[in-house]
Design a protein around this ligand. Structure first.
Ligand code: ADE
Length: 422
């Protein structure tokens, strides 16, 4: 059932991609349960849906679920370096999905692929980083009116969309899936925490025990990365611009200091801030010989590679598969992983399926919720409804074979009353 519309690397990779999709599916019980229900109820029938996501085995299972619900889905990449070409091939060949994504595609091709997803004339969009929505606003603003919901998967995307809302230019309703508890508490913390280290270890084979690891940013992703660094035996330094987060890091037991100070101490630097030029010339100038630098934030803007390039006497590309060596004037080497792109998807397979299960279940149920509403949501950034979060949490608990207690009548009354005191 190969789909005629597609641009992927090589369709002969499909068998390997299919094996990976089905392997991931084993660890995505919540999405599977939703897929089975969707196939019966067809809640997305008649909906054209364009998704701009990392093209991975886990995303393939989301796409299968949306399709089972009756949606006509087109998929393009949300990052030029994260596509799994075998998965893209299988989606086209085995599941009849038009996919536009090739690992390593240049900027031009990346945006052509987004254009192809927009040409699908979507009623619902899903973004990871808000590139699809930004392009719709830039080039096809007339489409906004027919879009009933636009789901956003990641912190960076939500930040961009809230900026659009503040400036009064947001033309369509956004559902901030990233901000659902069933997303950030698990995906951002445990997903990024584990997969960032997966990427660093695959790229370098380093021993983490005894290293000084500098984590820039203590949001939910930073918390996860720092927690796992500690588990691997590193001394962990956190840098922050937010006083509350800095305090929290300190009381979680991490060293907290300005990045300029940490620059001279760290062996490994990981940016997870969502902001630009976090690591810049003044930091590179202080780093030790052999320092390793990488990013796990959405965009490749957190490390100022232009500044590093200016400081470098020589650049040795690919001294290892995902490692570039920058040799400075005085002979010190700084190693950059994954070209400063998000390391968990550049050098590893991204978050494990089990955690994407919750994020993508939240996506699928949010799409269903928005579609069922009698009135179109206002063009603002909306929260995922509590009923969706509860449904995902309950399904996940059931899948993990975990039962919880219920309030007794007496306890419920106690919580609802105010008369009882000391
Ligand atoms: N973001 C991080 N990990 C991912 C994965 N495995 N699939 C899709 N998006 C992701």
């Amino acid at each position: 059932m190969t789909h005629p519309l597609h641009h992927v690397k090589d369709l002969t990779l499909a068998p390997q991609g299919k094996r990976r999709i089905l392997w991931a599916d084993r660890d995505m019980p919540v999405l599977r349960a939703i897929r089975e229900r969707f196939a019966q109820e067809l809640p997305l029938e008649g909906i054209r849906l364009s998704a701009c996501l990392h093209v991975t085995a886990e995303t393939a299972n989301l796409v299968r679920t949306l399709k089972a619900g009756g949606a006509d889905v087109v998929l393009c990449a949300s990052n030029p370096l994260s596509t799994q070409d075998d998965v893209a091939a299988s989606l086209v060949h085995d599941f009849g999905v038009p996919v536009f994504a090739i690992r390593g595609e240049d900027r031009d091709t990346y945006y052509k692929h987004i254009e192809a997803a927009i040409a699908h004339n979507p009623h619902i969009t899903i973004d990871d980083g808000a590139d699809l929505i930004s392009e719709i606003h830039r080039n096809r603003p007339e489409l906004a009116e027919q879009i009933v919901a636009s789901m956003e998967e990641t912190t960076t995307g939500v930040i961009r969309l809230r900026a659009m809302e503040r400036q009064g230019v947001l033309k369509l309703p956004v559902i901030a899936v990233n901000d659902a508890k069933t997303k950030y508490l698990f995906d951002n913390r445990y997903g990024t925490g584990q997969s960032t280290w997966d990427g660093i270890l695959r790229a370098t084979d380093m021993l983490v025990a005894g290293k000084k690891v500098v984590v820039c940013g203590y949001g939910w992703c930073g918390r996860g990365v720092a927690m796992r660094a500690r588990g691997l035996g590193a001394t962990v330094i956190v840098t922050e611009v937010n006083p509350l987060r800095a305090l929290e890091a300190a009381m979680d037991g991490f060293w907290v200091m300005p990045l300029l100070e940490a620059a001279a101490i760290g062996d490994v630097f990981i940016t997870v801030t969502g902001n630009c030029h976090v690591l810049r010339a003044e930091h590179f100038e202080r780093m030790k010989d052999g320092a390793v630098v990488c990013n796990s934030g959405h965009f490749n803007v957190e490390i100022d590679l232009d500044a590093l390039e200016k400081l470098a006497k020589t650049i040795n590309r690919k001294v290892q598969e995902h490692v570039d060596e920058y040799v400075l004037e005085d002979g010190r080497a700084i190693f950059v992983l994954g070209e400063g792109r998000l390391i968990n998807l550049a050098a590893a397979h991204g978050h494990p399926a089990s955690v994407m299960d919750m994020s993508f279940a939240t996506q699928a149920l949010s799409a269903e919720w928005a579609r069922k509403l009698e009135q179109r949501l206002e063009p603002k950034v909306h929260a995922v409804p509590g009923e969706v979060e509860n449904a995902v949490a309950q399904l996940k608990l059931r899948a993990m074979d975990l039962a919880i207690d219920e309030l007794t009548d007496e306890q419920r009354q106690y919580l609802e009353s105010w008369e009882l005191g000391t």
